[in-house]
Design a protein around this ligand. Structure first.
Ligand SMILES: Nc1ncnc2c1ncn2[C@@H]1O[C@H](COP(=O)(O)OP(=O)(O)OP(=O)(O)O)[C@@H](O)[C@H]1O
Ligand SMILES: [Mg+2]
Length: 498
């Protein structure tokens, strides 16, 4: 018989030192439904998931599987009951092959019952479902893009026979085709009767995928119900607890002074047409284009993190050497797309993470001044709405979105001349998004030059003075500020006629 509740929580409470992550939360997912779990950064979504999957134990309250109260001692207990999680933190082992990663922990594989050929069959089928059918099973996982690693992680979950599949922000590193592949697999799994819990900060996905919605705020349940009852304004209002300005602030006009000059740049190892561009003080230039169109590669090249290739880059007329040290000294910094991997020292306190890049500004005679470090963190915490128990909390213990805010804060501390932003609002909640928009606009008004790459077209269009469109590594359009440019930009990015 089909249970009414595939997976649920009754009155679950969980505290960490200094934080009450969940307070009496009740939650239920029905078989065959996609259930969106929403809330601001730090609202308690991931904690709820970890309790539902046996990774953490609640202080009080119970977990329900197939209408029965259960008590999980470990994630293995949950897996045995058909509850399969894909956590927010990637667990792909970078040294292992795609095959080993997909089949990792699979029961029959562990018992050695499954022969290699069958294993390959299983893995291949799971990979096909996430549109990675063409991938060589022997590829070393660490060589894949972050997006493909995320899809490998999902394929691993698909290999199991699950009654409940839990996806904690799977779309945070996916866009374009990859995102569509994910959506179609989620739909087909739900159609087969599996319950799906889906956590996301991309509210469009709620409209596209969700049958039911639950909103958490500050560790408490705000409301739950069918998705048709949740227009966008309601979701935002319930998540944030106040009205959020969704309009983009008008940017101040840029100045005449050219800060960054890029001439005939061809990134190392890329066979693409050379890129030239000029960026003026106070100017925000958006970079639009499909995944793989060369935006991130250009930003990394400018930041000196992947060598140079051909061409020249100059800051205020002075040629820039292609190394990380030289670019930081010249005031050029990158907030990278792959923040978890490139951006944080997880076992250091958040206050230290925040000031790592600007040690000089908080040091006296070569010694870090603890008071100034605290003050710097307090300032950023206020500015970006970082939710942490205190500056001493380890970066590892922050929620995903709050970790991202720390990385952004750490680069803002150096007050760069040129700020390179790669997907700055990925994984960040709607309230914090509008804060980040405000900060970007303010920094530019104060003379900072900003290059902004984002897969969210409204964000690029809304923030930028002009938008450069990338296709196959080349700039195929330079569109002046225009709120209705979306269609034109898409046509240029796709190479279709408009
Ligand atoms: N291991 C831990 N130690 C201490 N505090 C923790 C730990 N895990 C979570 N927290 C805290 O519990 C609260 C809820 O965190 P959680 O990760 O559940 O948020 P979230 O809703 O998933 O947010 P995000 O959208 O940013 O991922 C946060 O304040 C977080 O700092
Ligand atoms: Mg989370």
């Amino acid at each position: 018989m089909v249970p009414a509740i595939a997976l649920g929580a009754r009155e679950v409470t969980k505290s960490f030192p200094g934080v009450r992550a969940l307070a009496g939360v009740t939650f239920a997912v029905a078989p065959g439904r996609v259930h969106a779990l929403l809330g601001e950064n730090g609202a308690g979504k991931s904690t709820l998931i970890k309790i539902l999957t046996g990774d953490q134990t609640p202080d009080s309250g119970t977990v329900v599987v197939a209408d029965e109260e259960v008590s999980f001692g470990s994630p293995r207990d949950a897996l045995a009951r058909g509850v399969t999680p894909v956590y927010q933190e990637l667990t792909v082992l970078p040294e292992m092959t795609v095959l080993d990663n997909v089949m990792m922990g699979h029961e029959s594989a562990r018992r050695g019952v499954l022969r290699l050929r069958e294993q390959r069959e299983h893995a291949r089928r799971a990979l096909e479902r996430v549109d990675l059918g063409g991938l060589d099973l022997g590829t070393i996982a660490g060589d894949l893009s972050l997006a493909n690693q995320q899809l490998i992680e999902i394929a691993r979950a698909l290999v199991r026979r699950s009654n409940v599949l839990i996806l904690d922000e799977p779309s945070a590193v996916l866009s374009g085709d990859k995102l569509e592949a994910l959506h179609s697999v989620v739909r087909s799994i739900a159609a087969e009767g599996t319950a799906v819990v889906y956590i996301t900060h991309l509210l469009d996905e709620v409209r596209l995928l969700a049958d039911d919605v639950t909103v958490l705020r500050d560790g408490t349940l705000v409301s739950t119900g069918p998705a048709v009852d949740y227009p966008m304004e309601r979701i935002v209002r319930e998540m944030v607890g106040r009205q959020v300005d969704s309009v983009f602030p008008d940017p101040a006009p840029p100045r005449d002074e050219v800060v960054l000059t890029v001439s005939d740049l061809v990134p190392r190892g890329a066979e693409v047409a050379p890129v030239s561009l000029e960026l003026r003080a106070g100017e925000i230039v958006g970079l639009a284009g499909l995944v793989g169109s060369g935006r991130s590669r250009l930003l990394k090249t400018l930041a000196g993190v992947r060598g140079r290739g051909e061409g020249t880059v100059a800051v205020e007329g002075r040629p820039l050497r292609p190394s990380l040290g030289a670019t930081i000294d010249a005031g050029v910094v990158l907030v990278p797309e792959e923040r978890k991997r490139d951006g944080l020292v997880l076992d250091l306190p958040v206050s230290q993470n925040c000031t790592l890049t600007a040690l000089r500004s908080i040091s006296t005679a070569g010694w870090v001044d603890g008071g100034r470090e605290k003050a710097a963190f307090a300032e950023e915490r206020e500015r970006l709405g970082i939710r942490a128990a205190g500056g001493d909390q380890l970066a590892r213990q922050l929620s995903g979105g709050n970790q991202q805010k720390i990385v952004i804060a750490k680069w803002l501390r150096v007050s760069p001349r040129v700020l390179l932003l790669d997907e700055p609002t990925r994984g960040v909640d709607v309230g914090a998004k509008s804060e980040i928009y405000r900060i970007i606009t303010e920094l530019a008004a104060n003379g900072m030059a900003i290059l902004l790459a984002s897969s969210e077209l409204p964000e690029v269009i809304g923030l930028s003075h002009r938008v450069l469109v990338f296709k196959d590594g080349a700039v195929v359009g330079d569109i002046p500020r225009n709120p209705d440019a979306a269609e034109q930009i898409m046509h240029l990015a796709l190479g279709t006629e408009s």
